[in-house]
Design a protein around this ligand. Structure first.
Ligand code: ACO
Length: 345
């Protein structure tokens, strides 16, 4: 491939035997439901306050899907917007990967439902479950298919209807989350390095920090499981917070180090939008300037696998990211899982 005459970074993929082309995001799009739930609305549901939520999380409001609007609907709309920006038609898509922890149903995959909604008849489709880290996991998997020349065009979607698994009586968790979707079209773009590297990690030892006990093979739905509120998300907030800061710092540092760059070379850092204090702590540990951090959690709360995808779309749309800029995505979620990616935009 052709590249800039004096590269300012190392492309770690260049060491792979199969490298023949690179993988870029050629279009990104997002969609959030119309209905907005503010902190003041939540004050009427549980014993909380706008002051507490704002000071402890940075969240002011979140979007909530309608009763007849599902994860696949949000994902399909985000996908169509990304495809339009990439100039790609449905029949060009070879593979659809949907990252989600709130599939429309256990099976078929939400990716198959998105495929039907956007009319991508040629595409293979599957779901990926890595909680809030799902979008970076999906980008990395998509990249393997493109660089190996297996596929030319892969659609990656992060979509969640978290309002469907939130216990609206639990003030510890219900203030944190929202619904939404983001999508990216991945293709080889000559002359661009695209996705330079993606770090992925997991720690199943800490699986119990953030989980939903009911609905799987271990605890199928029953009258008892419903009465015990087992079909709702549960989280040890304080411990999760500490793990998030540590894992995001380590993953980001490894990604930068692989590309032989320091944080000053990054134009825009797009962190998982869970908590403003987590983002500030990670930014400080990385030595980042406040203006390098992209933050939109005040409007959306934590949208899990959709979070960095929505933020990436907004960062591009607002002009914060221009072609040729280096950007850093960094995520953390249930599993535990984490990831960081450096991209030449
Ligand atoms: N309103 C008012 N008070 C509240 C609320 C609320 N909504 N929620 C909790 N409190 C109370 C608690 O009951 C506690 O009261 P107590 O001291 O009397 O017991 C007090 O506030 C402090 O609670 P802490 O848990 O210490 O609050 P903390 O500062 O840790 O903030 C939070 C809690 C926001 C949940 C934070 O821990 C956090 O953001 N954790 C990480 C979330 C995250 O990153 N998740 C990862 C990804 S999510 C995914 O993968 C799906």
């Amino acid at each position: 491939m052709s590249s800039s005459p004096t590269p300012k970074f190392k492309n770690p993929r260049a060491e792979h035997d199969f490298i023949g082309r690179t993988c870029s995001i050629t279009g990104v799009g997002s969609y959030v439901p119309v209905k907005i739930l503010t902190n003041f609305d939540l004050e009427k549901k549980v014993d909380t306050s706008d002051e507490w939520i704002t000071s402890r999380t940075g969240i002011k409001e979140r979007h909530i899907a309608a009763e007849n609007e599902f994860t696949s609907d949000l994902g399909a709309e985000a996908a169509l917007r990304a495809m339009k920006k990439a100039g790609v038609t449905a029949d060009q898509i070879d593979l659809i990967i949907v990252a989600t922890i709130t599939p429309d149903m256990p099976f078929p995959s939400t990716a198959c439902l998105v495929q039907r909604k956007i009319g991508a008849k040629r595409a293979a489709a599957f779901d990926l479950e890595a909680a809030c880290s799902g979008f970076i996991y999906a980008l990395e998997i998509a990249q393997q298919f493109i660089m190996s020349r297996t596929y030319d065009t892969v659609l990656v979607v992060g979509a969640e209807k978290l309002s469907s698994i939130i216990d609206w009586n639990d003030r510890n968790t219900c203030v944190l989350f929202g619904d939404g979707a983001g999508a990216a079209v991945l293709q080889s773009r000559p002359g661009s390095h695209g996705l330079l590297t993606a770090v992925m990690g997991a720690d199943g030892e800490n699986a119990d920090l953030l989980f939903m006990p009911g609905g799987g093979s271990r605890c199928p739905a029953s009258v008892e499981s419903v009465n015990s509120r087992l079909h709702y998300l549960r989280m040890e907030g304080k411990e999760t917070f500490k793990c998030a800061v540590q894992a995001m710092q380590t993953a980001a540092e490894e990604a930068l180090q692989r590309c032989e760059i320091d944080i000053t070379k990054i134009k825009c850092i797009i962190p998982h939008q869970a908590n403003r204090r987590i983002i500030d702590a990670v930014g400080e540990r990385l030595g980042a300037k406040t203006e390098q951090l992209f933050i939109n959690l005040d409007k959306y709360g934590n949208t899990s696998a959709a979070s960095v995808a929505i933020a990436l779309d907004e960062a591009v749309e607002s002009g914060r990211i221009q072609r040729g800029d280096l950007i850093l995505l960094v995520v953390f979620g249930a599993g535990l899982t984490w990831g960081a990616a450096v991209i030449e935009w």
